[in-house]
Design a protein around this ligand. Structure first.
Ligand code: NAD
Length: 499
């Protein structure tokens, strides 16, 4: 039986879905100029659940104009930092109050487990908002000693100020729609910027609801706008001359397009892109801990996690135990809709994405690779793929090289840790990696050698708002989280006073 809180949350999001959803511009819903609509689906059934506007460049221009006017009028940056902090903390409280409604809505639209929606999409997001709110009152420049030699005898005092960069565009993927929108929105707001968020066309609902809740929390109209749409909308935003900074999360090919468009206007940008993340398990690995860690890091959100572990290099002495252990559990995982809290594998986000994942699996089968578990979609409605474990994979196989972004783990044995390190680094990506050992010396030496923006030891995937997150190589440019994230939404101004 569903409890009263769950029922109330369902009633709240049904009310939201029953509304005629618009773009969110200047503090309220706005009809799209484009006159086009995008259908939004429930991945567990394949049925449509809502429709949102498919914004064109005129719609993008209106949303940017709204954010630009709010910025020029200093509606947000003109507040005392303590007031910005207080309002962001209020937003955290509002999100927490509406947490069950947001979690249910995300599960319905994205397909993820309600447990993950509650704990991460909402729980971790609320903590992130509170963490970032605190930076609003801690932004500071420096005083600088300078040695300017003229005119003779002149004295100077120099200092820097961190000023908000202007209107920020946040372009968001579909895997953690609410959380990643917030990763962009809140540090930009803490810095005093105004924002236009573009969610993914597959998962636009929680961003629209977030915008309504932001107004409830006291964020002034125009400070946070949402445009829904696909490539045309994203490209118009990336190329808009009034955008001062783009914060993009998505695939590497799209990220390159965004970077190229941004350069035309010298718009600042940061890119959080794809990954093909290795786990390296040394001979002394704690087998049970490693199996649990790989399952959590590889199958969380059906592997639709940029930092998910997808290549597992295991010392040959432990290889059989780890391969069998992973396969045993994968074979028994319960598959079902995200609203079933006991289901461990839920649908992928869309039919198109399931097809992409199936193509990667088909290539692995054609190459004759050994499947210990999974390797197939599930018949029937909904976009399910079985959790898949592939063993004895040659280090240069396509399934090792290409980002799958699905529930697929490939295992490779090794004899020499230096070989494992070389294989782990033999990828164009460099987002995240993990090392599994209790040998302190080996761990301390190897973490320095791994090409990845984040390296975990005896864990894979936990993030923290205070821990910078982002990619090396083709996994991106710039870092989210921490003080650096807030500073990335500022310009440094030098002030030099002769006296
Ligand atoms: P995607 O690149 O297809 O789309 C990302 C966003 O960009 C969407 O909102 C999309 O509509 C928009 N877009 C599409 N074309 C555009 C254009 N020309 N200009 C501007 N915007 C455009 O990615 P996706 O399929 O939504 O997400 C999956 C990918 O995201 C995976 O590769 C994954 O690794 C990556 N990802 C990375 C991180 C990270 O933090 N590094 C986090 C989550 C996902």
């Amino acid at each position: 039986m569903t409890n009263p809180a769950t029922q109330a949350a369902r009633a709240a999001f049904k009310q939201f879905l029953d509304r005629d959803l618009g773009l969110f511009v200047n503090g309220g819903p706005q009809r799209a100029h484009s006159g086009r609509w995008l259908d939004v689906f429930n991945p567990a059934t394949g049925e449509p659940i809502a429709r949102v506007p498919d914004a064109d460049s005129v719609d993008v221009d209106r949303a940017v104009a709204s954010a630009h006017e709010a910025f020029e009028q200093r509606r947000w940056s003109g507040l005392r930092p303590a007031d910005r902090e207080r309002i962001l903390l209020q937003l955290a409280d509002v999100l927490e109050r509406h947490g069950e409604e947001l979690a249910q809505l995300e599960t319905l639209n994205q397909g993820k487990s309600i447990n993950v929606a509650r704990a991460i999409e909402v729980g971790a997001t609320v903590e992130y908002v509170r963490y970032m709110a605190g930076w609003a009152t801690k932004i500071h420049g420096e005083t600088l000693d300078v040695s300017i030699p003229f005119p003779p005898g002149a004295k100077y005092t120099a200092f820097t100020r961190k000023e908000p960069v202007g209107v920020v565009a946040g372009i968001v993927p579909w895997n953690f729609p609410l959380m990643i929108a917030v990763w962009k929105l809140i540090p930009a707001l803490a810095a005093g910027c105004t924002v236009v968020i573009k969610p993914s066309p597959e998962t636009p609902l929680t961003a629209l609801r977030l915008a309504e809740l932001a107004i409830e929390a006291g964020i002034p109209p125009g400070v946070f706008n949402v445009v829904t749409g696909g490539r045309e909308c994203g490209a118009a935003l990336a190329a808009h001359p009034r955008i001062a900074k783009i914060s993009f999360t998505g695939s590497t090919p799209t990220g390159k397009l965004v970077g190229a468009a941004a350069l035309q206007n010298l718009t600042r940008f940061s890119l959080e892109l794809g990954g093909k993340n290795p786990a390296v398990m040394l001979a002394d690995v704690d087998v049970d801990q490693a199996i649990q860690g790989v399952l959590a890091g590889g199958f969380l959100n059906q592997g639709q996690v940029c930092a998910a572990v997808s290549r597992v290099y295991v010392h040959r002495s432990q290889y059989r135990r780890i391969a069998d252990g992973l396969a045993d559990i994968a074979l028994q995982m319960k598959i079902g809709p995200g609203c079933d809290p006991d289901a461990q594998i839920n649908p992928l986000v869309s039919a198109a994405h399931r097809e992409r994942v199936e193509r990667h699996i088909a290539v692995a089968k054609e190459a004759g690779l050994r499947f210990l578990a999974g390797g197939a979609a599930v018949e029937g409605p909904g976009f399910y793929v079985r959790p898949t474990v592939i063993a004895d994979v040659p280090p240069d196989a396509a399934i090792i090289r290409d980002e799958v972004f699905g529930p697929v783990i490939a295992l490779v044995p090794f004899d020499d840790p230096q070989d494992a390190l070389r294989l782990a680094n033999a990828s164009p990506y460099g987002l995240a990696a993990s090392l599994w050992t209790n040998d302190l010396r080996a761990a301390m030496n190897m973490v320095r050698e791994i090409d990845a923006g984040t390296v975990w030891v005896n864990a894979h995937v936990p993030l923290d708002p205070n821990m910078p997150f982002g990619g090396m190589k083709q996994s991106g440019m710039g870092r989210e989280f921490g003080k650096g994230a807030v500073e990335s939404f500022t310009e440094t101004k030098s002030i030099c006073i002769a006296h």
